[in-house]
Ligand binder design. Sequence first.
Ligand code: ARG
Length: 460
Amino acid sequence: SGGAMWGGRFEEAVSSVVERFGESVSFDKKLYRQDLRGSRAHATMLQAQGLITEDECKAIVSGLAEVESEIEAGTFNWRADREDVHMNVESVLIDKIGEAGKKLHTARSRNDQVVTDVRMWVREAIDEVRAKLRATQVALYDLAAANEGVVVPGYTHLQRAQPLLLQHSLLAYVEQLERDRERLLDCRKRVNLCPLGACALAGTGLNIDRHATSEALGFSEPLANSVDAVSDRDFLLEYVSCLSILAMHTSRLAEEWVLWTSEEFKFMLMGDSVSTGSSIMPQKKNPDPMELTRGKTARVYGALMTLLTLCKGLPQAYNRDLQEDKEPLFDSTETTIMVLEVVAEFARNVTFNTEHINKGLGAGFLDATTLADYLVRKGMAFRSAHEVVGKCVALGESKNCELKDLSLEELQGINNIFTGDVYESLGVQNSVNQFQSYGSTGAKCVEQQMQRWGDEFKKG
Ligand code: ARG
């Protein structure tokens, strides 16, 4: 039984319900690579410090290699009575090499071992999520590149506001995903600190070298306080916070694309490979991947809430509650990676219905603010210009026409400041051409943005 590891003071085996309740190996075996790497580094350090012999170290290292190939071949005998990945590996090692195997856990506790493994796992996950983010940015950029010059209505309150170049609108997501990449990179600094050697909570009286294991495992330095090292999961909270913000971004994109693929908008056409039909309605073509992208956000937020709640009531140092950190960590990571793959795949398989978009651009007075700017250039105070243009809009509305269709006489009837050049500021195309402030939607600014991202992605 699992009692083998602590059998000394126990007379009875653990009951089966308690065993089933407490086991984590069914999900934490995902940490096996990190666990083996940690054990190799630990054994090597123990030998360098004279705490085990060279032969013992060799036996441990080759025993661990055997364990690794068995796990990878699928022949490793995972046992729930051995609780978790750590004791499964260690027990099999002892079965294989005997006495030397019993020395591996010198100056180590599962408390520092598990959080070392998790930190290594998160470090790799960050690198993978960041790579997926980059691939998704590239897919969005490519979609933008294929749609140069396309103008779409921009919305605030989901009401038509001002015209936008589609490229500008798509690059907004590229910017957001870039901040997600940066946030994760910054978070990685605080993930990449080594708890190993903190042991159960107090450190050890044995002469270990924490700096050596930290370095061997690719950490930037050992955590300075052993209690802190085994207690805190703030690095996980931070990581899953980053994922949650990322998921918020992809969810907003998904929501927009669900709208854009609807009959009401009809801005975007989906390829068959990224849409699904209905089991009853023969005509249907649904944007399920985007709906699920929006929906999966709930899982990621849920993971964050689970972790926050898990940690809030714990006294120092290690508490078994912390075993519950793994499933939300794994699930939020896997979900995020899938979401990013799907968003990229979707972006690669949509086209814009520019004919339909163009037909509708006259609606909603998208050029009204540009007209107000025209009046400002003529010397009118902006608040007065706002009022004058408001009257122009009212007139257009009553005549059921666009601003550009109002005659000069009609405009001058509202205010005699208007002259013939006003038509250069009217119409959606003229309007979008006027934008020139840094970061605005004008063609020059957007071309610069495309250039900058193109260069960035070429760097790789
Ligand atoms: N499976 C445990 C976890 O995930 C490992 C640490 C257990 N430590 C202990 N003293 N029971 O947190």
